[in-house]
Write a protein that binds this ligand. Structure first.
Ligand SMILES: Cc1ncc(COP(=O)(O)O)c(C=O)c1O
Length: 396
């Protein structure tokens, strides 16, 4: 008889993320998948990884998907595949997880920060355009918290200057690019790039897309994992080489690469979960809409817009007037887990201190953001408790 699984919310504490309901629902299929891999004794790459790569490529609508060790490696390998290194500038956002900037620094390229839009927390295309020099090689937008960045505008900037676009879609598996339709018949608007891109999954819009399967992601493995996607066969071949020590054929290494292969156990788990991700993302959107209603009109609180295509990896408020930390503390005392993603913009981290100009929009965001609990199976009553607790914290 299997042991009963603990219920994270049973003691009354509401965590920011609860993955147990998902495990409970998929347990037989997950265990069968793990058993299949163990029985095959093929643990690294092999048929299971190849099958996942084929399934996820079909799902996302790309020709090539390459499983790697992590989202961080997906970014590093994407940059290396484009031969980006010393002397090249890559423009990215200062408001992201460190890995976004770290990958650029790790390949020896010059990191350039452009500030974000206050409303979306994503790269501001005007700020990006202002950072372009003759050395710029690529743009690296992040679809932060699951909200698609302004890819249409960014791709136009990139096309004008002959730049590659590497999308960091680590937090946005299944998010779709659906910019507002202005004055068209619903099938898409000018400019032409936006029409062509409309409805496509983020990560598939630029030159290369990078995903993370860190367990807490919208599509999460049971360990580290990542994915590179592209429609360019030559780039895909370089990525496949780079993930396996730069080897073109067994024991024939013609470049320096990495040990960054997706393992078969993770691929097997991801194959079980992939068919459910659209349903889970839809549930996240419903929960976000309920938060939006429940927290509407609270003074000093900005709720994130429930924009089309957003998959709410995080539901992140802005708490203004210097009250964020007090609200967070009050929520903790009321048994509600929250997180601050991210307390320090990347250009102010010790590793980069003093090297970059101020990024005022990102700095303001870092002082105000507060992410609330969200997971697809979150019950109405549990969410109701969070909403009431936020109201209480603000009243206090
Ligand atoms: C925006 C972003 N980029 C990159 C990464 C790196 O992914 P991984 O943890 O799989 O290396 C993460 C993971 O948290 C992320 O959130």
């Amino acid at each position: 008889m299997p042991k009963k699984l603990p219920d994270a919310a049973a003691d009354g504490f509401i965590p920011i993320l609860n993955l147990e309901p998902q495990y409970r629902a998929l347990r037989p299929a997950l265990q069968a998948a793990l058993e299949r891999v163990c029985a095959s004794q093929q643990f690294i790459l092999g048929e299971e990884v190849a099958a996942f790569e084929e399934e996820v490529a079909r799902y996302l609508g790309v020709s090539q998907a390459i499983g790697v060790n992590s989202g961080t490696d997906a970014l590093v390998i994407a940059l290396r595949a484009l031969d980006i290194g010393p002397g090249d500038e890559v423009i990215t956002t200062p408001f992201s997880f460190f890995a976004t900037a770290e990958a650029i620094s790790l390949v020896g390229a010059t990191l350039v920060f452009a500030d974000i839009e206050a409303e979306s927390f994503n790269l501001d295309p005007h700020a990006v355009a202002a950072c372009i020099t003759s050395r710029t090689r690529a743009l690296l937008p992040v679809h932060l918290f699951g909200r698609p960045a302004a890819v249409g505008a960014l791709l136009e900037v990139a096309a004008r200057h002959g730049l590659a676009v590497i999308e960091d879609a680590a937090q946005a598996f299944g998010a779709q690019y659906l910019p507002p339709c202005v004055g068209c018949d619903g099938r898409g608007c000018a400019p032409a790039t936006q029409t062509q891109l409309r409805g496509r999954f983020v990560g598939t819009l630029g030159t290369i897309g990078a995903f993370s399967f860190y367990p807490s992601k919208n599509l999460g493995a049971y360990g580290d994992g990542g994915l590179i996607v592209t429609n360019d066969n030559r780039i895909a071949e370089r990525c496949r080489k780079l993930r396996s020590h730069g080897a073109r054929a067994p024991y024939w290494h013609d470049m320096l690469g990495y040990n960054s292969r997706l393992d078969a156990l993770q691929a097997a788990i991801l194959r079980v979960k992939l068919p459910y991700v659209a349903e889970w993302n839809a549930a996240r959107r419903r929960i976000a809409a309920t938060y939006h209603q429940g927290l509407a009109g609270l003074p000093g609180v900005v709720t994130p817009a429930v924009t089309p295509g957003h998959v709410f990896h995080q539901y992140t408020l802005r708490i203004q007037a210097g009250r964020r930390d007090a609200v967070r503390q009050s929520l903790l005392e009321q048994g509600i887990g929250t997180m601050v993603y991210y307390p320090t913009p990347l250009h102010q981290l010790p590793v980069y201190a003093g090297q970059f100009p101020p990024q005022p929009v990102s700095e303001a965001a870092a002082g105000e953001v507060l992410s609330l609990p969200i997971w697809p199976e979150m019950e109405e009553a549990v969410q109701g408790r969070v909403i009431n607790a936020v109201r209480q914290a603000l009243a206090g």
